[in-house]
Design a binder for this molecule. Sequence first.
Ligand SMILES: [Zn+2]
Length: 375
Amino acid sequence: MAQISFEKLGQDGKARTGVIHTTRGDIRTPAFMPVGTAATVKAMMPESVAATGADILLGNTYHLMLRPTAERIARLGGLHKFMNWDKPILTDSGGFQVMSLADLRKLTERGVTFKSHIDGSKHEITPERSMEIQALLGSDIVMCFDECPALPADRDRIATSMELSMRWAKRSKEAFGDRPGHALFGIQQGGLEQDLRGQSAEALREIGFDGYAVGGLAVGEGQEAMFGCLDYAPDQLPEDKPRYLMGVGKPDDIVGAVKRGIDMMDCVLPSRSGRTGQVFTRAGVLNIKNARHADDPRPLDENCACPACTKYSRAYLHHVFRSQEMISGMLLTWHNLRYFQDIMDGMRQAIAAGTFAAWEQDFHAGRAQGDIEPL
Ligand SMILES: [Zn+2]
């Protein structure tokens, strides 16, 4: 079995399109990965997630190690079988969520100890343990264990953290070992400091990975600062490997990241918003709970081919949201995921055709319209 490989099919400016070949199928890039935190993309059947156009989804190591545990999932045949998803899965390392969710965290050179946010039980994640958990889960793309400070942070803190993450990256690579058919991605750190990002990229190149993530962004710095960093950070990483921007984002974040050379992204936004009534469309964002939709027989987005748009009216979606019916979260999540995948598809085609700038202009012009006028 071969390792995963990245085939670049086209480039327009810095924007790239291609395919990541894996033993579980191809991932078309730029790719958006829906988040399946607890072995499910909430409110969606796996076949529905695939029907939105997703080639890969993301699982969260932190959640799965606590419940139902990686060992149990391994005994039951691995995460793909457990959750009935046979396409590729990427798992994060657990580090980011330990920092954002767990109690009583203690960080040392060895790793992180913490208490579960579910039942208060004590756990440890080290680079070696993170590799073990991700192997038990059977994920196709494994992420290095890293540490990421919230921004803004001072330069010394960012430098110290980046250097620790690079030592952990080396330990992750050693612990990952030789696993044919599985890939290990390194994670660049360095906050918004260009030279630290450069040092981090150099350290990662020296270790050698199957792909590279730009980590430590989308942690409160704002879009302008994030784009400022993305103006140079992807260029510091190997050109012939996939580049993954973790935890991003809103539709215009995604488009701006791809424009700057990013190939993969993930975010809970489309699925989480689907459960709170926030809907992303080609004409901007709307909230289905607003009274203006109560008598509106029109679809959410007349150019969308998803079931929520082709089979249901705004009036119905408004009603089931107000009535707290489960189908509300199901349909709105489906729509949002489909819209995000349509953006990716539009970008892939535009990059291949060399028309990305025109596509981007249309994208922004459409979204600037705001929602259609009320009836
Ligand atoms: Zn739709």
